[in-house]
Design a protein around this ligand. Structure first.
Ligand code: FAD
Ligand code: PYC
Length: 402
């Protein structure tokens, strides 16, 4: 008989949890998987389990709109986001898995004088940080994205911040590629395994209780995005995080018409075109804290209304589907990669609306923090910075209205 699509090895092995691991990572999103991958690749720590309550990549990693850029303002942000963007350049080769990194370029539009000043400032900061971005005028914006109406009348395009090596990647492939590489190193990726409690003795972590039983560990990495507050509560401390839904939608597929990513932050909308031809569209976060992973009608209306002056063609599109993810937002719109009050417990969260782009850099840095107790890439992102007033303000660069 002809063998068609049978006899394939599983991309990652299905194993029952062992009694004990050197390190447990909670959350098999991109950040959790990348953390495990670099623990193995950079530090030889492979007695690792990644525990996922649902399915691998089913959180924000599989729900985001995949924009990758590193045009942030502050030096610690530029360091970690540019490290991440540069790791995306070679990720398909590193993982031997096609993550479809597409550095098609990202424009952040300036549609007010305030934004013109803000983005010119960012372009200067990026030049000092070694991040290649450029302030471009309205005519160049139109050249890069001809479907755009730059004349207003309400919000004419005045120019933009252009990052030519920003772009997109296939979100599921990033999760799947890391998962396969972790499994190949002998790590256990365990799905449908929810962490319910964090066990500690004398202020040090000793294990977790899960829906698949108790599992011991020496080190624990909490990498659960919108559920970070819930995990922190299990370990007995609080995090300065708010969880809120961020929604997105896609149109019916149409012919290729836009080969850059555009973010229009004054009007609260952004758009790119997927390889299938769908226009991928998103707006600001929901206006209230919630754990609802769903879309809502008013969000479609608000977002399409926001974008239709700048992209008149979307008035004629049918919208195909919408969804939501729970993002973990900090007060300064920067992430937390940190030790915690519990010895052996580390936390990686607070990426909010913008962590897809950060997956490889965050995993690289978090692995170093967990392996060595310190990383130059995470030094400034401690959870204790909020107590000390050392904020890393990225409210403009976050690019998505909160
Ligand atoms: P997740 O992928 O959410 O992974 C966390 C995992 O932890 C989940 O799978 C969850 O099930 C698991 N978990 C939770 N609790 C437990 C438990 N108790 N036990 C076991 N497992 C648990 N970022 C960008 O850079 N560019 C974008 O264009 C962009 N667009 C976005 C659009 C939308 C609509 C959304 C929602 C987000 C967007 N983001 C974007 C943000 C980005 O998706 C996130 O910052 C990033 O994916 C977070 O990854 P993560 O691995 O930390 O979280
Ligand atoms: O962080 O670039 C971003 C982003 C775009 C849309 C959602 N997040």
């Amino acid at each position: 008989a002809m063998r068609q699509h049978t006899g394939w090895d599983r991309a990652w092995a299905k194993r029952a949890p062992k009694k004990k691991y050197d390190a447990i990572i909670v959350g098999a999103g991109g950040h959790g998987l990348a953390t495990a991958y670099y623990l193995g690749k950079n530090f030889g720590i492979t007695n690792v389990a990644i525990l996922e309550k649902g399915w691998l990549g089913g959180g924000n990693t599989g729900r985001n709109t995949t924009i990758i850029r590193s045009n942030y303002l502050q030096d610690p942000s530029a360091a970690i986001y540019e490290k991440s963007r540069s790791l995306y350049e070679t990720m398909s080769q590193d993982l031997n898995y096609n993550v479809m990194f597409s550095p098609r370029g990202v424009i952040m539009l300036a549609q007010t004088q305030h934004e013109v000043r803000g983005y010119k400032r960012t372009a200067h900061a990026n030049a000092l940080q070694g991040v290649t971005t450029e302030w471009i005028d309205a005519a160049r914006v139109k050249e890069l994205c001809p479907i755009m109406n730059i004349d207003g009348p309400r919000y004419p395009v005045l120019g933009g911040l252009w990052q030519a090596r920003g772009g997109t990647a296939r979100h599921d492939a990033v999760a799947w590629g890391y998962a396969r590489a972790c499994s190949d190193m002998g790590m256990d990726v365990i799905q449908q395994c929810e962490v319910k409690a964090v066990r500690q003795e004398n202020g040090k972590v000793v294990g977790v209780d899960t829906t698949q039983g108790p599992i011991d560990c020496d080190k624990l990495g909490m990498v659960v995005a919108g559920h970070s507050g819930v995990l922190a509560q299990m370990a007995g401390f609080r995090l300065p995080i708010e969880s809120v839904a961020l929604q997105a939608l896609v149109s019916e597929p149409i012919k290729p018409c836009m080969d850059v990513v555009v973010m229009a932050n004054t009007v609260h909308g952004y758009m790119s075109q997927s390889d299938k031809g769908e226009m991928v569209i998103g707006g600001g976060t929901d206006g209230y804290n919630n754990y609802t992973q769903r879309g809502s009608f008013h969000h479609i209306e608000e977002t399409v209304r926001a974008l239709v002056e700048t992209f008149p063609m979307i008035a004629r599109l049918k919208m195909l589907r919408q969804w939501g993810g729970i993002v973990d937002v900090t007060g300064d719109r920067s992430p937390i990669l940190s030790k915690t009050p519990v010895e052996g417990v580390f936390v990686n969260c607070g990426w909010g609306t913008g962590g897809f782009k950060a997956i490889p850099g965050s995993g690289w840095a978090m692995a170093e923090l967990m392996a060595k107790g310190q990383s130059p890439l995470t030094d400034e992102f401690s959870m204790f910075r909020f107590r000390e007033g050392k904020f890393i303000d990225e409210s403009v660069a976050a690019g998505v209205a909160h």
